[in-house]
Ligand binder design. Structure first.
Ligand code: SAM
Ligand code: DTB
Ligand code: SF4
Length: 329
């Protein structure tokens, strides 16, 4: 047995007193390289320091503006340039969104996430978004929005209307980004995240695995997320849903153990964040989902649809939670 596998990974700090975590990608990679059981044990220990291990946060997602996006994200069925069969839908009116949110709340969701297929919203879009956010918030739900790149002042307007979280994913490691998206830069993503934080919004930022990246690149993504200062409150880990018509439709699927490892490494390096088991869950056997919860995932998308693709149905999730003795937060 290799004893070095069980040595603690040192958390480096930029200054002796700062609370900032400065994760070198190599240290994150060393976590990925741990024996599977050691990694899960360590993740579970970290998880229990900060959370009730038997509770999972439920977020319901709704696409409020679908398809026709100008960007070229290689994974995305909503990019106008790919022929994926997604039907374009202009921005929904606030009342329709608020009614969907009401049903989500009735079903037990605590957060309602609204997604818009834009490079970034225009001011007139923002005016409608603000109405729907205020309405959803008034139902007593937490609100989250993911509308792409934000211009100066937009994050403040969203905050003012009642938005709690802004989702903006880094998606992959900086060195892999150019293979997946060419219509914007990694720094554009970081810039929007900075604006979101400055406006006092909670940050939801994660990524996608299974896009043909290496384990080093998965470690690079997690290091980027873990080094955000402060760390994101919410970290969605998506398993690529390979949609026919997108450049990544034939991407080699990630082995399930590697996905569980990614969750565990996110949990260890982002100890206080809600780590969300996100896209791709419908394709995951229950046992794999159970291992993800054991590895520290404590949030899911809840409801039978993500943005354009499917998600496990509510009844199925209720049965799974009962089998695992999990309770919603
Ligand atoms: N347009 C905005 C943006 O790009 O930030 C918001 C919506 S975008 C669809 C939100 C996120 O969904 C992306 O950042 C990506 O992480 C995730 N996503 C999109 N297509 C996916 C797919 N096929 N599989 C897994 N995750 C996907
Ligand atoms: C996130 O990280 N995953 C969600 C949400 N944030 C917006 C989106 C997943 C989209 C999966 C593909 C689709 O349904 O279109
Ligand atoms: Fe547009 Fe967002 Fe899809 Fe990229 S991920 S194509 S920005 S909707």
């Amino acid at each position: 047995m290799n004893a070095s596998h069980t040595q603690p990974i040192v958390i480096k700090r930029t200054t002796p007193h700062a609370m900032v975590q400065n994760w070198a990608a190599a240290d994150v990679l060393a976590l990925f390289d741990l024996p599977f059981n050691d990694l899960l044990f360590r993740a579970q220990q970290t998880h229990r320091l900060h959370f009730d291990a038997n509770r999972v946060q439920l977020s319901t997602l709704l696409s409020v503006k679908t398809g026709g996006c100008s960007e070229d994200c290689g994974y995305c069925p909503q990019a106008a340039r790919y022929h994926t069969g997604v039907e374009n839908q202009k921005l929904l009116c606030a009342d329709e969104v608020i009614e969907t949110a009401r049903i989500a709340k009735e079903n037990g969701a605590s957060r309602f996430c609204m997604g818009g297929a834009w490079r970034g919203p225009k001011q007139r879009d923002l005016d409608e978004l603000k109405k729907m956010i205020a309405g959803v918030k008034s139902l007593g739900l937490e609100t989250c929005g993911t509308f792409g790149m934000l211009k100066d002042g937009m994050a403040e307007q969203l905050k003012e209307s009642g938005l709690d979280y802004y989702n903006h994913n880094l998606d992959t490691a900086p060195e892999k980004y150019g293979d997946i998206v060419t219509t914007r830069e990694y720094d554009d993503r970081l810039d929007t995240l900075g604006k979101v934080r400055k406006a006092g919004l909670n940050v939801c930022s994660g990524g996608i695995v299974g896009m043909g990246e290496t384990r080093e690149e998965r470690a690079g993504l997690i290091a980027q997320l873990a080094n955000l200062d402060p760390q994101p409150e919410s970290v969605p880990i998506n398993n690529l849903v390979p949609v026919p018509g997108t450049p990544l439709e034939n991407a080699e699927p990630l082995d399930w153990t590697e996905f569980v490892r990614t969750i565990a490494v996110a949990r260890i390096t982002l100890p206080k964040a809600y780590v969300r088991l996100s896209a791709g869950r419908r394709e995951m056997p229950e046992a794999m989902q159970a291992l993800c919860f054991m590895a520290g995932a404590n949030s899911i998308f809840y409801g039978d649809k993500l943005l354009t693709t499917g998600n496990p149905d509510v009844e199925g999730d209720r049965r799974l939670f009962a089998k695992l003795d999990l309770a919603p937060l």
